[in-house]
Design a protein. Sequence first.
Length: 444
Amino acid sequence: MNGSHHSTPTSSRHGRWQGTGRALVLAAGLVATVVATLPAQSTSPHAYFDALVARPDHWKSYSLRSPGQLARPKDGGFAASNSDPLSVTYDPGNDLDPHAQDAAKVVIPPFNLQSGTQLVKPINATSLTLDLADLDGDVTKVTTALNAKGDQIRVGSEIMVTATDVTPLDRATGIVKLSRRGAYGTQAMPHQPGERVHLSGNSLANQIRVPFESFDGATWFITWDAYFTDSFLNNGIGNFKAFQLSSDQSIWLEPQTHFDGAPLEKPPFDPARHVAAAGRLRSYNNIGGPADWLLSTGNQLGPGITDNNPVMPTVNDFFIVYPNRWTRWWIRIEQRANDYDYVDLWMADEQVGPVQIYDRVPVSVRGGRIDKFYVEFNTSTAQLPDGRLTDLRDLVAYVRNIVILRDPPKEIGAFLSRPGAGPAVLPTARPQAPRNLRISSPVD
C-alpha cells in the first residue's frame, strides 16, 4: 500500500523568532551496549509491517511488494526516472536468484545494459579510439560519464578501458580515447557501426524515492528492511549510500554501508564473511552550529558534533551486516520548530538484537521538511573494482516494508523487534490530537 497522505501545516522554521535555543552537551565517553544473539522465531515475515500500518500513529508506508510502487512516475510509481529502465522490481514468482525473497529486488549489473551510446564508425581489433554518438546520431550528446579516466566500457563481449593519461572524451566530436583493448580476459575484435557501448557502474541506475513529507512539531519514526545477498561479499567497493533522507529537495542524511569495513580493524570485520559495517550517518549539514539554533545558518549540526562524514560521536561503532540475512534499520527524528532536531538510530538483524548507533544527535532539517526516503544504492565511482572484475557478477539485494510513524510512544523498546521476530501486536498509541483548532468562548 502507498500509505495515507496528510495535509502538512505551514512550517515556521524560516522565521527568526526571538528566544533562546537549547544547548546540547554530549557525553565524552562512548556508552557500551551488550549485543545479544537471539534465536529465530517463527512468524509471518510481514507481521511487523502489518502491525505498524494498522496503528493510529501510522503516517505513510510502502511495502515495495507491489510493481505499481516501483513503476516510473508517469505510470504512478516511485522510480526516480521516466527514461531509465527499472532497476528495482517485484516479481518473486519469476525470480531465479537462489536467495529470492518476497520483496523488491535491487539489481546492479557491472555494465549499463540500456546504453544510449553507439559506435558510428567501424573499428578494428587494435584501434584505440571510438567514434560515438547517441542513438539519434548526435555526437555532442555522448554521455559525459565517459569523461572519467580508466573506466571500463563494454562493446559486444569485449571490455575496453578508457584513457588514463588524458580526459577520454572529446565532447565536440564524440571521440573517446582508450588505453586498453581486450581487457580482463576478453578478446579484442572488430566492431561495427550501431553496436551499443555500455559503461561500467556500481550504482543503481533508477532509484526508488518514496514521499516522507514531514513537518515541524512532530516526532517521526521510520523503519525498513534490507537483505544483501552473498553477491556483495568481497565486491571491492568502499562505501555505499544505500539509503537516503532528502530535505529541502536535496540529499540530507544517509545511512552508509562500508563494504570494506572501514575504519574497523580485522577482526571483527571479515570481507569474506561480512557484507558491510553499517549504521553510521553522513550528514549534509555543516558542523559548527551555535547553541542557539536561531543564530545558525539553518543548515548546521549542533554543539558537540565533531564531524559530518560520518556524524560523530556515536554511542556504538558499527553494526556488522551479514549476507543472506534480513537487516532492519530504525531512525527517530524529533523535528522542532526554530531549534535543532534530534536523531536516534538503531539496527538489528534476524539473529542479532537491536544496537543503538546514535542517541539524540542535533541536526537541522532544512526548510522544516523531510521530503523523501531514497532506496539509493549509490557510490560515486563507475570504475569496477577488482572484486567485481573477478567474475563480473550482478550485485543483488532486496528491500521491503518502509513505514513512517508520526508521534509514536516515547518508549519505543517494543518497536525494536528484529526481522522475523514479530511481534504482530505493538504498544497502543493515543489517537492524534486535532491540529489547527480554534476554541471560542461560549456566548450567554
